[in-house]
Design a protein around this ligand. Structure first.
Ligand SMILES: Nc1ncnc2c1ncn2[C@@H]1O[C@H](COP(=O)(O)OP(=O)(O)OP(=O)(O)O)[C@@H](O)[C@H]1O
Length: 490
């Protein structure tokens, strides 16, 4: 069943037009004109998608979005705005919105995008449709190993027991943590994920516990840490095996006492979140060598859930592959089928990067394959690593060698400066055009690469590049690149 849409728009005429267009498509739309109205509807109903204006009567639709995104991570968001400034576009893209529509917009394009956004939800749902846990679980796989994982998940849904998820990188640890949150009793609260390995050591405590203004040099304002941000929800501590010892000690103290104190603070704050930790490290030898606190291990591993590597559940590879093909199609890539031979070949691979690697291979196949049916012949070159690192548009580029798929840096051994010098010498662009020509030569493979990585999704490509989406759109136009060009790689 298609999910309902929440429209937050205070311009009545625009709201009427959008509602009519979506209802004509058989979609159900609930409407409100303020942030307060939005929050009331969100608390009472479930939506697959929210369309929101930015300037609302009682506040800013973007600024008020983060808690909504955290509380309803599966709900897609499309931002509509008349404030077509760079700032609004940047802020919209920072929220991870599915799309950003500057007003006036093309109604047909909006309806198409709504369908696409809902489609990506449905694709995510398809997988778990008849699993024991019902529609909401986005985990795919019916192997005995995954059945054991599902059973463990069901055991922690109606309690707050601390869960430790163990498994190699890419086995789906974060997905399991999200599933526990979404299906569990804290689903109305936020899911806050922290990658402890990605935070500089000296900032871990302040990130987790927060700090008071002036607690240390640079602490110019009070900072609310992840524990507090996760109030009423779930705190996911990823890569726990990489946490420095002092932070482990503080974490242990927090878990033991059920209270935290901000760095530099005196006030004790009661913990109100479920803790899920994960690691791809083998903690037992780390305990033996003194790198990981044994008492913390036992605190965290109240309920251990072990995700086996994909090579030990080869039975799941076919279902996962089909699932990712559906996801790719929902993301706008060509819809592909997998032949029986192709599925068998994929199931035989070692998948050292586990499900993440399989996912990447399937997305690349969806993008690169010449035929709609993916068979052994289409898969083999990818497994052999026989794919150019940077996709090309299928036309001669400005850099020598680009037309041969070698990208900007020629044969890959040449550094960028040398390639540029060679370009200036050999391409001999007309006087006054050198800068633009060089920029185009640099941007073309870069943008195609970003589009290929994101399945042609411009918003996500812009996020990957770290540039504004409108800038990307404009440059693609200037360069004559259509997002589909990323799909034309032979
Ligand atoms: N059973 C599954 N069904 C569907 N998708 C999956 C499954 N397992 C993993 N994935 C997908 O594979 C990718 C990697 O999963 P995830 O990030 O959860 O792995 P991880 O174990 O947390 O990795 P890391 O240790 O590197 O953080 C994600 O895109 C995730 O959605």
């Amino acid at each position: 069943m298609t999910e309902a849409i929440l429209l937050v728009e205070d311009d009545a005429s625009i709201a009427i037009v959008i509602t009519a267009a979506l209802e004509a498509e058989g979609l159900r739309v609930d409407r409100c004109d303020s942030i307060a109205g939005r929050d009331r509807l969100l608390a009472a109903h479930s939506y697959g998608l929210m369309l929101t204006d930015v300037m609302l009567t009682d506040g800013d639709g973007i600024a008020s979005l983060p808690p909504v995104r955290a509380a309803f991570p599966r709900m897609q968001v499309i931002i509509l705005s008349a404030q077509n400034t760079l700032d609004t576009a940047v802020r919209a893209s920072e929220t991870g919105a599915f799309e950003y529509f500057p007003k006036p917009f093309d109604l047909e394009e909006l309806v198409r995008t709504v369908r696409q956004a809902l489609g990506s939800n449905e694709a995510a749902d398809l997988s778990g449709a008849d699993e024991e846990l019902g529609q909401a679980l986005p985990l795919v796989g019916r192997s005995p190993a995954m059945q054991a994982v599902y059973r463990m998940i069901t055991r922690v849904l109606r309690n707050d027991l601390t869960v430790l998820i163990l498994g190699e990188s890419g086995t789906g640890k974060e997905l399991v943590a999200e599933a526990i949150h979404q299906l569990g009793s804290r689903r109305e609260g936020p899911f806050v994920a922290v990658n402890t390995a990605a935070i500089p050591h000296e900032l871990i405590e302040s990130e987790l516990f927060g700090h008071e203004k002036g607690a240390f040099t640079g602490a110019v304002a009070r900072h609310v840490g992840k524990f507090e941000q996760a109030a009423r929800g779930t705190l996911f501590l990823d890569e726990i095996g990489d946490m420095p010892l002092e932070a482990q000690t503080r974490l242990l103290r927090a878990l033991q006492s059920g209270r935290i104190r901000r760095v530099g603070g005196t006030e004790e704050i009661a913990l109100d979140c479920r803790i899920i930790a994960a690691t791809n490290r083998d903690l037992v030898p780390m305990i033996a060598s003194g790198q990981f606190r044994e008492d913390l291990y036992y605190r965290l591993a109240v309920v251990p859930i072990e995700l086996p590597p994909l090579r030990e559940r080869a039975d799941d590879v076919e279902a996962l592959s089909r699932h990712f093909l559906a996801r790719a199609a929902a993301d706008g890539l060509p819809r592909r089928q997998l032949s029986a031979g192709g599925a068998a070949l994929l199931a035989r691979q070692p998948w050292r990067g586990n499900v993440r690697e399989l996912r990447n291979v399937i997305f690349r196949l969806a993008l690169l394959a010449r035929d709609d049916v993916i068979d052994e012949a289409a898969i083999e070159p990818l497994l052999a690593g026989d794919v150019p690192a940077l996709p090309r548009a299928g036309e001669a580029g400005l850099f020598p060698g680009e037309a041969d798929g070698e990208g900007i840096a020629g044969d890959g051994r040449e550094d960028f400066a040398t390639a540029l010098a060679r370009f200036i010498e050999e391409a001999r662009p007309e006087a006054g055009t050198l800068y633009d020509a060089a920029l185009a030569a640099f941007e073309r493979p870069l943008f195609l690469h970003a589009l290929a990585q994101t399945g042609g999704n411009q918003l996500r490509a812009a996020q990957l590049l770290g540039i504004n989406r409108n800038t990307l759109r404009k440059r693609l136009g200037d360069l004559g690149i259509a997002p589909e060009d990323a799909l034309t790689i032979r």
